[in-house]
Design a protein around this ligand. Structure first.
Ligand code: FE
Length: 195
């Protein structure tokens, strides 16, 4: 398993640019953090939310998404770096999926944006494998004993996204309305959608 993006020349270049711009007084680290937060929480995950909303309302799309995540996501116009080998795993009443990168921070950028800080934290990366139920309960997600928990280890080769279950409370809503209810944590698998 290789994780070449950790030494990605683009990342090194970005860091050098940030340092230069900050030193020259052209931007502040706070402004850059604000932009990153925006991509972590708003812009990025909205792509994933649209994918999930489409899958919930279009059974044929859902099948294509589960069979070939990359191509189905490209149908909606999303793609690019860190999304080339994207696999979508489906939550059901019997199986709950959760995603991690145990070695670093591999993450499906085209659908979820930038990873949150906790995703990159060594504690999450090691504990979600060893004691997934305990970690999920710390996120506020209590799963019944009979539900099987599957932990998917992302890498530079394969990145995972969770297709959450559609709660009964959201039955009958259109794609746009549904998308507004689907947040990042449900697509990483540390939360469910809805009440
Ligand atoms: Fe990684």
């Amino acid at each position: 398993m290789s994780h070449e993006h950790e030494t990605d020349p683009r990342a090194i270049r970005a860091e050098a640019l940030e340092t230069l711009l900050t030193e020259q007084g052209l931007v502040t680290p706070e402004a850059i953090d604000g932009i990153l937060r925006h991509y972590e929480q708003d812009v990025g995950p909205m792509n994933g939310a649209r994918v999930v909303a489409r899958a919930w309302t279009d059974p044929a799309y859902r099948e294509r998404l589960l069979a070939d995540g990359y191509s189905a996501i490209a149908e909606l116009g999303f793609g690019g770096p860190q999304g080339e080998h994207l696999v979508v795993v489906e939550n059901t009443p019997q199986v709950h999926n959760v995603v991690v990168c145990t070695l670093c921070s591999c993450y499906p950028w085209p659908v979820l944006g930038l990873p949150p800080a906790w995703y990159k934290d060594p504690s999450y990366r090691s504990r979600i494998v060893r004691e997934p139920r305990k970690v999920l309960s710390e996120f506020g997600l209590e799963l019944p004993e009979e539900v099987e928990v599957r932990v998917w280890d992302s890498s530079a080769e394969i990145r995972y996204m969770v297709l959450p279950e559609q709660p009964a409370s959201l039955a009958g809503l259109g794609e746009e309305e549904l998308a507004a209810h689907i947040d990042r944590d449900a697509m990483i698998g540390v939360a469910k959608v809805g009440p």
